[in-house]
Ligand binder design. Structure first.
Ligand code: HEM
Length: 156
C-alpha cells in the first residue's frame, strides 16, 4: 500500500478511537464520574496531539497530497474536514484549559482548600467541550469521505 494512503488510514482510525474516548467521557460526566471523565478526555486530547505531531512528520517525510488530480467534490470534502479539525482544535483547547482550571475546584478536587466551581465556569467548559466533540464527529465523517476518495483513486 502507498505510504500516504497507509498514513491517512491510520490517522482516520486514530480519529475514530479518540471519538470513542470522548463519547465515553461525556457518558462518565453525565453519570457524575468526573475523574473518569477527565481521564477519558485527556486520552482524547493525547490522541489529537499525537495526530498533530505525526502530521508534521508526514509533511517532512512524505510531502503534501497532489490535489491537482482530485475531483472538485473531494477537494470540497477536504476543505470542510479541515474546517472541522480547526474548530475541534480551538474549542477543544478552550475546553481543556477550562477543564484543567475546574480540576482545581471541588468539581474534582477533594482538598479542603479547593473552592466551589463557579456555575459559569462549568457551563462554559461543557459548551466548549460539546462544540469540540461535535466538530470532531463531523471531522471524522468527512475524513471517511476524503479517505474513500483516496482509495477510489488508488484502486480505480
Ligand atoms: C482536564 C480535566 C477536565 C475536568 C476536571 C472536567 C470536568 C468537567 C465537569 C465537572 C463537567 C460537568 C459540567 C457541568 O456540570 O455543567 C464537564 C463537562 C463536560 N466536559 Fe469536561 N473536564 C475536563 C476535560 C475535558 C476536555 C479536555 C473536554 C473536551 C475536549 C471535555 C468535554 C466536556 C464536555 C463535552 C462536557 C459536557 C457533557 C454534557 O453535555 O453533559 N472535558 N467536564
Amino acid at each position: 500500500m502507498d505510504a500516504k494512503l497507509a498514513y491517512w488510514t491510520a490517522a482516520t482510525l486514530n480519529m475514530g478511537v479518540l471519538l470513542v474516548f470522548a463519547a465515553s467521557g461525556i457518558r462518565r460526566v453525565r453519570n457524575s464520574e468526573v475523574a473518569r471523565h477527565r481521564s477519558r478526555m485527556l486520552t482524547s486530547v493525547a490522541l489529537v496531539l499525537g495526530f498533530v505531531i505525526s502530521y508534521g512528520v508526514k509533511l517532512v517525510a512524505l510531502g503534501r497530497e497532489d490535489l491537482s488530480i482530485w475531483s472538485d467534490a473531494a477537494i470540497w470534502t477536504l476543505r470542510f474536514h479541515e474546517l472541522c479539525v480547526f474548530t475541534m482544535l480551538l474549542s477543544g483547547g478552550l475546553a481543556l484549559r477550562r477543564g484543567l482550571a475546574l480540576a482545581r475546584t471541588r468539581a474534582l478536587s477533594e482538598s479542603e482548600d479547593a473552592p466551589e466551581p463557579l456555575p459559569g465556569a462549568l457551563k462554559g467548559h461543557g459548551k466548549a467541550g460539546r462544540v469540540a466533540v461535535f466538530a470532531a464527529s463531523l471531522g471524522f465523517l468527512s475524513a471517511c469521505g476524503v479517505l474513500s476518495s483516496m482509495y477510489g483513486r488508488a484502486l480505480g
